[in-house]
Design a protein around this ligand. Structure first.
Ligand code: UD1
Ligand code: CA
Length: 445
C-alpha cells in the first residue's frame, strides 16, 4: 500500500555539535529522558509506514543503534560536511529516497516540529509549490537566514552572513525546515554552488533556483517554540523547559491535578486516566500509563511503567521500567520496583526492593523486604503467589517461588521454594540470657 500523501522524511544530522562540548553527537543528547533525535522522530512523523532517511557523519555511525522506533530507516553517510545542500544532494543521489511525492527536510537538532506543520508543508507542495519553508517571526537580533517574500510567495532566502543592511532588518526568519517536490528536487539541487561567504552549499539557495524557472516557492509561518534548535547547553536547557511546559499543559488539559505544576516533571505521550493527582516534585518518564484514581505522592520517580486504577504511590517511591502495577495496589515510601508485576490489592508499604518479580493478589510485603534478584552473575526471578504474607525485613533469595497463602516470619532469609499455605521462619532462635538490672550492675563495676 502506498502512503496517501506520499511523504519522505530526510533528517540532517551530520553536524558535530562542537558547542555542546561533548564527545557525543549533538542529536544523542537528551531532552529529559529521550534523545533529541528520537524526540524529533516521534513529534514529526506519525505513520508507521513513513519513510525516514537520516544523513549522518562517518563518526556518527553509531547513531543508528540509538534509534528507538519500529519505523524503517535509511542511513546516508555524508563524508565531507560541505553544507546543507550538499547533505540533501548526497541523500538524494546515494540514498533510497522516492522519485516523487514530498520530501520533508528536518534538522536533527530541532526536535519540536509537529506533524501538523509537516501536513501544512506537504499541502503547499501538493498545491503546486516546488519548495516551501517553515518560517517564524523574530523581533530580537539573531543570525538566522532571512526570507525575501512577495505576498505569500517566497523569492529567496539570504543567509545572515551574506545579507545586506536592509535584509538584516527582515523579521521573517528561516527555521531550516523545508519541503520539496521530489519530481524536481534532484535537478534543482544540482544547480546550487558555493559562491558565498562561507564557501558552503546552501540548501536555502534552492528557492532562487525555483524562481529562476518561473515556478513557485512559499512559506508556512510557525511559532518559534516549534522550530527552536539545540546547539549548546543553554539551548538544551531551554528546550527542556519548553518540553516540560508543554507536557504539563497537556496533563492539565486532560484533567490531571498537579498540586504544584512547576515541579511536575512529565515526559511526553503519557496516558492519564480520570482523577489523577500528582503531588509536588514528581517525575514521570515518557510513554508511561497512569489509570483512573491514582495519586502519586511527592518525590516519586516513575520510569516507563504501567499503573492501573485506584492506586497510591509514594512518597519517595521509584517505579522502574517494565513494571505493571494492577488495580488497588498500595506502594508506600522508599519502595523500589523493577521489571515486576504487582497484582490487584497487594501492598508494599515501606522500604522495599522488588525486582524481576511476580507478586500475586492481596499479598502483603512487610517493611524492609528485599528480593535478592542478583547473585553477582545473573538476575533471577521471584514468584509470590496470592494472599502471601511476608514478615518485615525478609530477604527473598531468587530464584524463588512462595506458594499461595503462605506466611513468612519477620527477619527471615528464604533461599528455597515454599509450598502453599506454609508458615515459614528462618532466623536464629531468640535467647533471653539475663536479668537486665543485674546485667547493668555488672557492666558498671
Ligand atoms: C541553517 C539555514 C538558515 C536557518 C538556520 C536555522 C542553510 C544554508 N541555512 O543555517 O537559513 O536560519 O539553519 O537553524 O541551510 N548539516 C549536515 N551536513 C552539512 C551541513 C549541515 O548534516 O554539511 C546539518 C547539521 O547537522 C544541522 C543542519 O544541517 O542539523 C543545519 O546546519 P547548520 O550548519 O547548523 O545550518 P545554519 O548555519 O544554522
Ligand atoms: Ca544551526
Amino acid at each position: 500500500m502506498t502512503n496517501p500523501s506520499n511523504i519522505s522524511f530526510l533528517i540532517l544530522a551530520a553536524g558535530k555539535g562542537s558547542r555542546m562540548n561533548s564527545e557525543k553527537p549533538k542529536v544523542l543528547h537528551k531532552v529529559f529522558n529521550t534523545t533529541i533525535l528520537n524526540l524529533l522522530i516521534e513529534n514529526a512523523t506519525e505513520q508507521n509506514n513513513d519513510k525516514i532517511s537520516i544523513v549522518i557523519s562517518e563518526e556518527g555511525r553509531f547513531i543508528e543503534k540509538t534509534i528507538e522506533s519500529n519505523k524503517k530507516f535509511d542511513y546516508i553517510i555524508q563524508k565531507e560536511r560541505l553544507g546543507t545542500a550538499h547533505a540533501v544532494k548526497t541523500a538524494l543521489t546515494e540514498g533510497n529516497i522516492a522519485d516523487d511525492g514530498t520530501l520533508i527536510i528536518l534538522y536533527g537538532d530541532s526536535p519540536f516540529i509537529s506533524s501538523k506543520t509537516v501536513s501544512k508543508l506537504t499541502k503547499k507542495i501538493e498545491m503546486g509549490n516546488l519548495a516551501t519553508v517553515a518560517a517564524f517571526n523574530c523581533e530580537v537580533e539573531n543570525q538566522y537566514g532571512r526570507l525575501c517574500v512577495n505576498g505569500d510567495e517566497l523569492e529567496r532566502i539570504v543567509e545572515y552572513k551574506d545579507a545586506n543592511k536592509e535584509e538584516k532588518k527582515i523579521k521573517l526568519c528561516n527555521s531550516g525546515i523545508m519541503a520539496l517536490n521530489l519530481k524536481h528536487a534532484r535537478r534543482l539541487i544540482s544547480k546550487i554552488n558555493n559562491n558565498n561567504n562561507n564557501k558552503e552549499y546552501y540548501l536555502t539557495d534552492i528557492i532562487e533556483e525555483v524562481n529562476k524557472i518561473n515556478e513557485k516557492a512559499s512559506f508556512v509561518e510557525v511559532e518559534y517554540d516549534e522550530v527552536q534548535g539545540i546547539n549548546n547547553k543553554i539551548e538544551l536547557a531551554n528546550a527542556s523547559k519548553h518540553y516540560f511546559a508543554v507536557n504539563r499543559k497537556k496533563a492539565l488539559d486532560n484533567g490531571v491535578t498537579l498540586i504544584d505544576p512547576d515541579t511536575s516533571f512529565l515526559g511526553h505521550a503519557i496516558e492519564f486516566g480520570k482523577d489523577v493527582v500528582i503531588e509536588p516534585n514528581v517525575t514521570i518518564f515518557a510513554h508511561s500509563k497512569v489509570g483512573d484514581r491514582v495519586t502519586i505522592k511527592s518525590h516519586s520517580y516513575i520510569e516507563e511503567a504501567i499503573i492501573k486504577n485506584d492506586i497510591t504511590i509514594g512518597p519517595f517511591a521509584r517505579i522502574r521500567p517494565n513494571t505493571e502495577i494492577k488495580n488497588k495496589v498500595k506502594i508506600g515510601n522508599f519502595v523500589e520496583i523493577k521489571n515486576s508485576v504487582i497484582n490487584t490489592s497487594s501492598k508494599i508499604n515501606h522500604f522495599s526492593y522488588i525486582g524481576d518479580s511476580e507478586i500475586g493478589e492481596s499479598v502483603n510485603i512487610g517493611a524492609g523486604t528485599i528480593t535478592c534478584n542478583y547473585d553477582g552473575f545473573k538476575k533471577h526471578k521471584t514468584i509470590i503467589k496470592d494472599k502471601v504474607f511476608i514478615g518485615s525485613n525478609s530477604s527473598l533469595v531468587a530464584p524463588l517461588t512462595i506458594g499461595e497463602g503462605s506466611i513468612i516470619g519477620a527477619g527471615s532469609t528464604i533461599t528455597s521454594d515454599i509450598t502453599s499455605n506454609s508458615v515459614t521462619i528462618s532466623r536464629c532462635e531468640q535467647k533471653n540470657i539475663a536479668d537486665a538490672r543485674e546485667f547493668r550492675k555488672k557492666k558498671n563495676t
